[in-house]
Design a protein around this ligand. Structure first.
Ligand SMILES: N=c1c2ncn([C@@H]3O[C@H](COP(=O)(O)OP(=O)(O)OP(=O)(O)O)[C@@H](O)[C@H]3O)c2ncn1[C@@H]1O[C@H](COP(=O)(O)O)[C@@H](O)[C@H]1O
Length: 180
């Protein structure tokens, strides 16, 4: 197979948690080529490609919905905090009028937003759905023979020299594609 990637001479590849996790998952997925039909991953790798492509789209949609759910909890918490503060400001103004201070403006207080437990649960759900997308995306990459190093090289080629970690794998020039 053509090696489309390289690491510049003298650079040492980086070590990272996410790198080790993706490599282990990629290897587990690749190994399922040899599994039987009881393996969901095997069915995605060997069955009609529409199966895994539909899952990528469905899970990506679920990520979007999960993120909107997080937004919803954040927005409603913010709205509740604003309403509470407005009620507090009005009470302070009414009191200063009663005391004959001509409704002097009360000192501005920082807004205190209480995020409910549902907010944290929604963030956990977003992370869960994101993992579903990444898993199904890795199955697609495996199906088409795109190695994780090659995929990493694609991402690395988009970074500036300052952003790219030392020792990061690169794509040889002839394999660099520009967006259409
Ligand atoms: N990381 C995963 C992984 N992530 C998600 N999935 C499956 O993807 C499917 C997603 O289906 P659904 O859309 O019904 O999603 P859901 O998560 O049940 O719920 P929603 O997303 O609808 O909320 C489920 O069957 C999950 O089990 C995964 N299946 C397998 N793996 C890894 O792949 C390895 C090999 O797996 P199998 O040989 O398929 O068991 C496993 O050991 C795991 O490491």
């Amino acid at each position: 197979m053509v090696d489309k990637t390289y690491i510049p001479k003298g650079e040492v590849p980086p070590a990272s948690q996410i790198g080790a996790t993706l490599e282990a998952l990629g290897a587990a997925i690749a190994a399922r080529r040899e599994a039987d039909e009881t393996s969901y991953t095997h069915r995605l790798l060997a069955g009609n490609v529409d199966g895994v492509l539909k899952k990528v789209m469905e899970e990506a949609g679920e990520v979007a919905l999960a993120a909107k759910d997080v937004e919803g909890w954040a927005t409603s918490s913010l709205a509740a905090a604003v309403a509470l503060q407005a009620a507090g400001d009005k009470a302070a103004d009414d009191q200063s009028e009663t005391l004959g201070q001509g409704g002097a403006a009360a000192e501005l207080q920082p807004l205190s937003v209480q995020l409910p437990p549902e907010y944290g649960e929604a963030v956990d759900h977003l992370r869960y759905e994101a993992a579903d997308v990444v898993y199904h995306l890795l199955v697609v990459l495996e199906r088409y023979g795109i190695s994780l190093d090659e995929f990493a090289a694609e991402l690395n080629m988009r970074m500036t020299d300052e952003e790219r970690p030392a020792g990061a794998v690169r794509l040889h020039g002839e394999y660099v594609r520009r967006g259409k």
